[in-house]
Design a protein around this ligand. Structure first.
Ligand code: NAP
Ligand code: MG
Length: 497
């Protein structure tokens, strides 16, 4: 208890002081002197003001990252030294896990159970996983067939200065997914956190300095997408942009990056189908469908927002989902009793409410939820919401809502469901629930998605690739796949004659 209190005090201390951003190893205000507020979505209260970085600050950060890459000690460090720094950083985050979890919950709204059990430990393990890779990034020797005697081998070299733009749904975890592989491969970084949730990235910056990463290896610029984000995307001295967020912004990033042919990796939205066959173990499939949509208030790129249930078990699944949805205890994420917190912002609240309205107008049947609970009128809370619909062309069946809103829809057989499930511009993830092993694999092979979960949902692992088909993205994060995003391959020829 005492310890919990003292952590709360540290968090209050962090929130109470003037927030600065990290550029070239220095904590600085924006060149313009401007700041913007970040709010607690459970109450609407301002938590802190952070620097409103724009093109001038991004330019300083890119220069610092370039210097650190070309001149600093970073490029002379051995892989083992880079690895040790990443392990140290993981240990430091772990030591201060409760503080990170509380700060994340206050800034983002997610329940403390989720930030303490998923976001922060996931961050720690992600840094550890890529700390291990730093010493294992190898090239190949290639048996070339040209006449004569040659040694041909490849090297994997850092791409260079990497701009990283992240969303607000898993703020610290997304920072880790970006920074860890980039540093393992020897790049330098300019990170722009989401305007809604900049705080844990700033605390992470402190620890990055504390464990001894050389100045300028990681720079953190807080600011808005249209200014700081766009400046990073358009900067001629940035070699690569790694982005997670909406497909709409992802498209702008590809265009902006074209100027100097930046490498681009994109992890974008989804409208993932979660498919329940009648022979599934419903005692697992129903909770799987519920968790698939309500985890993190539905603000998950892989959210199973289209639940397809084969006729025969449809009514059973729907009534169980509705009963559960009505029983969820909404409240501030910082209260350990809360089972679901608020959405991240007023803007997101309005966006989700707009989709609920569209669903009603277009004729989907609203079975429960659809409003803000009366007793939580200050925060951006939306009740768990279940629609039933049969047409795949409704707006709520096609667009990413990014809230606790699910559409349940019936299907006839494999052929029917594969067609419906793939009838989307997205292709991030999908779930399949069945006890028939042939049906499970056949369906998994036919779905156009970067990840298919059979009899489970929302599982990720640092070793397993993550990314999207179609307009859900380009490239794969996690596992050895992430090394491809952060290295250039060089082919070296040596004439042996
Ligand atoms: P977003 O606009 O795509 O934001 C993601 C990141 O990109 C933020 O850091 C954002 O900055 C930045 N950004 C915005 N416009 C930019 C630009 N023109 N150039 C460079 N960077 C830019 O997402 P959002 O507005 O926060 O949320 C909108 C929708 O996106 C959600 O409803 C959801 O559908 C989707 N989304 C998907 C994911 C995912 O994991 N796939 C995550 C978040 C959101 P600001 O912080 O200033 O906006
Ligand atoms: Mg935005």
């Amino acid at each position: 208890m005492d310890q919990a209190l003292s952590v709360q005090e540290r968090v209050r201390g962090f929130l109470g002081r003037e927030q600065k951003m990290l550029i070239g190893g220095q904590w600085v205000s924006a060149v313009s002197g401007k700041t913007f507020p970040t709010v607690n979505p459970a109450t609407g209260e301002v938590l802190a003001h952070v620097p409103d970085g724009d093109a001038a600050d991004v330019d300083k950060a890119v220069r610092a990252a370039r210097r650190a890459l070309e001149e600093g000690p970073w490029s002379r460090m051995t892989p083992a030294e880079r690895s040790r720094l990443l392990y140290k950083l993981a240990d430091k985050i772990e030591e201060r896990a409760t503080e990170f979890a509380q700060l994340e919950t206050l800034d983002n709204g997610k329940t403390i159970r989720e930030s303490a059990n998923i976001d922060i430990p996931g961050t720690v393990e992600h840094f550890r996983y890529f700390a291990g890779w730093a010493t294992k990034i190898t090239g190949e020797t290639i048996p070339v067939s040209v006449p004569g005697h040659f040694l041909n081998y490849t090297r994997r070299e850092p791409v260079g200065v990497v701009g990283q733009i992240i969303p607000w749904n898993f703020p610290l975890l997304m920072a880790a997914w970006k920074i860890a592989p980039a540093l393992a491969c020897g790049n330098t970084v300019v990170l722009k956190p989401a305007e809604q949730t900049p705080l844990t990235a700033l605390l992470l910056g402190e620890l990055i300095q504390e464990v001894g990463f050389p100045d300028g290896v990681v720079n953190i610029v807080t600011g808005f997408g249209e200014t700081a984000g766009a400046a990073l995307v358009n900067h001629p001295d940035v070699d690569k942009i790694a982005f997670t967020g909406s497909t709409e912004v992802g498209r702008k990033i590809m265009q902006g990056a074209a100027g100097n042919m930046k490498r681009v990796s994109l992890e974008l939205g989804g409208k993932s189908p979660n498919i329940i066959f009648p022979d599934a173990d419903l005692s697992k499939a129903i909770p799987g469908a519920i968790m698939g949509i309500y985890f993190n208030q539905g603000q998950v790129c892989a959210a199973g927002s289209r639940v397809y249930v084969q006729k025969g078990v449809f009514d059973n699944v729907v009534s169980n989902m509705v009963d559960y949805s009505k029983s969820v205890r909404l409240g501030p994420g910082i209260d350990p009793q809360s089972e679901m917190g608020p959405l991240v912002s007023n803007e997101q609240f309005n966006r989700v409410m707009h989709y609920i309205e569209r669903g009603r107008e277009e004729g989907a049947e609203l079975l429960c939820g659809g409003a803000r609970p009366d007793h939580l009128s200050n925060g951006y809370f939306v009740q768990p919401t279940v629609f039933v619909a049969t047409q795949n062309d409704l707006t709520i069946m096609r667009e990413e809502i990014f809230g606790p809103v699910v559409v349940v829809s019936p299907f006839n057989d494999i052929e029917d469901i594969v067609k419906k499930a793939n009838d989307t511009m997205y292709g991030l993830a999908a779930g399949v629930w069945t006890n028939d092993i042939r049906k499970a694999h056949r369906t998994a092979h036919l779905l156009k998605a970067g990840t298919v979960w059979v009899n489970c949902y929302n599982l990720i692992d640092n070793a397993s690739p993550w990314g999207g088909f179609k307009q859900s993205g380009i490239g794969r994060e996690m596992g050895h796949y992430a090394l491809e995003l952060y290295t250039e391959v060089k082919s070296v020829w040596v004439n042996l004659d």
